[in-house]
Ligand binder design. Sequence first.
Ligand code: COA
Length: 167
Amino acid sequence: MSGTASEPAPKLVTRALTVADIPDVLAIEESVYDFPWPRRAFEHCVRRGYHCVLACEQGPREEEVCGYAVMDVQPAQVHICNVSVSTAHQGQGVGQFLMRTLMCHARMCGAAHAYLEVRPSNHAARAFYDHLGFRQVGLKRDYYRAQVGVEDAYVYRRAIGSGEDIP
Ligand SMILES: CC(C)(COP(=O)(O)OP(=O)(O)OC[C@H]1O[C@@H](n2cnc3c(N)ncnc32)[C@H](O)[C@@H]1OP(=O)(O)O)[C@@H](O)C(=O)NCCC(=O)NCCS
């Protein structure tokens, strides 16, 4: 995040992800995953009322999409389906900002737990979720496609509203 002396630095904000944002989202999705979600998966989530959030840097004249997250709000729990940050914006707190937004919404919905799946080989994401207080509670065999064959998923879970907020 940088600005010139005459222009304020861009501000990181979240807003609802709409169908119009899907091209920007797909550009990130296809650059950070070997097996990206297709356009129809995002269209499905937006149209079916999943909680879909965009993180953007808003400058004086334009906004830049930095990342996004998709969460399915279910009775008593939420399923985090996708959290992604563009390569250029990783390591700057954008993912944590997105997760804080999701957990705030989950709490307002009365959810007791959040859960998600992550590839055992995705060490960065596992470190990210560990940092945010998620813990592994299960395993789904042969859950993901892999470059060779399939890969299991670790199921991670975190309590919501226990007073342990995401920093
Ligand atoms: C995983 C991902 C969402 C993290 O987002 P991010 O904006 O880069 O992460 P943040 O900057 O908010 O990091 C928050 C904390 O998570 C941990 N963390 C994040 N990335 C990490 C990495 N590569 N290695 C180790 N720890 C990491 C750190 O503890 C970090 O806190 P710190 O900066 O004070 O050390 C992002 O790297 C990403 O989009 N990766 C590709 C897509 C993906 O794998 N998504 C998850 C699928 S399950």
